[in-house]
Design a protein around this ligand. Structure first.
Ligand code: S3P
Length: 433
């Protein structure tokens, strides 16, 4: 099992690009596969999660060739997928299993979908229930009132529906919209708060009519998608680690180029500004219906202030909460993170894992059922910590290591490959010891 050793840094400087957006990369493979004609993807994230999606669609009869961050897909159209000869394997990727289930539900063949040990603990009732209401035949392993992978899906004729989702989840919303493509009539999803909208944007970019009346999204079934050229921006969830490092490591001045700035993803920028961090967004542009721009970070000379983070902001920064917890350890006062119970069912129980590991480094954090209380500022010290197999926890702890006294060892870091290949090398490039 790999581990990372991190020493404190005296500054971060330079200009960097982070790998492509994970959510957009998954969707490019999926929608490109069921579109007509060729889809060419630039900036594709060749991390383990998205490569698992590529492998699934190969099993479904697609010819996909990936060279580094370039991917070309010969789309088969809505009805061109073929029955896989073995179970589809999604590895560690929750996005793959939930979104692909929506597509598989409307096929005229059956399939099974499985994944690694961590995916088998991810709740699937949230997609099974609405898909059953659409006439899908889908089941998982039943346990403690929920259902878990492996999933068994019998392809069925689907009917459109209006679904009021109890949670703001783009994975749930997208699974239903993708099933809606295969249903008769108009499928609508209404969310309690607006979750990331990459599926809707990409469907529109590929020529489908999608009505987006936040937080209500509708799609008419049977629409043809057209293959397109998709330029994937850098992943703001990966940039977040360097954003926080650029603010916390003294004397830093860092430019991160071409970062995705979709309004449903930029909660972390709002948080940094409210805390008083020196972050500037530059050169914004819209390509393939997705905004992007450069982000300049300058180390703060004045103290950051603690804030309260909750409500509709949570879905817009859900994946950044572990690194926001690191930032909050250096802010003056008590940072309150609430309404974030979803964190308990991510790649790890992120409320428990980030709290316990940062405490080993001297942070003062109290776990709450739906979030954390973080008391700052605290001086962090090097320690031996564990990622719990969670890529975002691993990288957050590495950034904490940059401002800790002494050496930090993060154990169990193979998981970083799921979303950020080259993370440590990039850190080495910008860090001065
Ligand atoms: C994702 C949606 C989010 C996020 C995950 C990626 C997506 O999950 O946490 O990393 O690509 O749709 P939920 O939709 O379950 O909140």
């Amino acid at each position: 099992m790999a581990s990372l050793k991190i020493k404190s840094a005296s500054k971060l400087s330079g200009e960097i690009h982070v790998p492509g957006d994970k959510s957009i990369s998954h969707r490019a493979v999926m929608l490109g596969s069921i579109a007509e004609g060729e889809t060419r993807v630039e900036g594709f994230l060749a991390g383990e999660d998205c490569l698992a999606t590529v492998e699934c669609f190969k099993q479904l009869g697609l010819q996909l060739s990936a060279i580094g961050s370039r991917l070309s897909i010969q789309g088969k159209g809505l009805r061109g997928l073929k029955k896989p000869s073995k179970p589809l394997y999604v590895g560690n990727s929750g996005t793959t299993i939930r979104l692909i289930s929506g597509i598989m539900a409307g096929q005229n063949f059956d399939c099974e979908i499985s994944g690694d040990a961590s995916i088998q603990k991810r709740p699937m009732k949230r997609i099974i229930d609405p898909l059953l209401s659409m006439g899908a035949k889908i089941s998982g392993k039943k346990q403690k009132g929920n259902s878990f992978p492996p999933l068994k899906i019998k392809g069925s004729k689907l009917k459109a529906m209006e679904y009021r989702s109890p949670i703001a989840s783009a994975q749930v919303k997208s699974a239903i919209l993708l099933a809606g493509l295969y249903a008769d009539g108009t499928t609508t999803v209404i969310e309690p708060a607006h979750s990331r909208d990459h599926t809707e944007r990409m469907l529109s970019f590929m020529g489908a009519k999608v009505s987006m009346l936040k937080p209500e999204v509708s799609i008419i079934g049977g629409q043809t998608l057209q293959g397109r050229e998709i330029h994937v921006p850098g992943d703001i969830s990966s940039a977040a680690f360097f954003m926080v490092a650029g603010l916390l490591v003294p004397n830093s001045n860092l430019l991160i180029r071409n970062v995705g700035l979709n309004p449903t993803r930029i909660g972390i920028i709002e948080v940094i500004h409210r805390m008083g961090g020196n972050l500037e967004v530059q050169d914004e542009q819209l390509i393939a219906y997705e905004p992007r721009g450069n982000i300049r970070l300058t180390a703060n000379s004045s103290r950051l202030s603690a804030i309260e983070i909750g409500g509709e902001l949570i879905p817009r920064l859900i994946d950044e909460i572990p690194i926001i917890a690191v930032l909050a350890t250096q802010a003056e006062g008590t940072t309150v993170i609430k309404d974030a119970k979803e964190l308990r069912v991510k790649e790890s129980d992120r409320i428990a894992t980030i709290s316990s590991e940062l405490r080993k480094m001297g942070a003062k954090i109290e776990e709450q059922e739906d979030g954390m209380l973080i008391f700052g500022p605290t001086k962090l010290k090097g320690a031996i910590v564990d990622s719990h197999g969670d890529h975002r926890v691993a990288m957050s702890l590495a950034i904490a290591g940059l401002i800790a006294e002494g050496e930090t060892t993060i154990e169990n870091t193979d998981c970083i490959e799921t979303s950020f290949p080259g993370f440590k090398s990039l850190l080495d490039v910008v860090c001065t010891k």
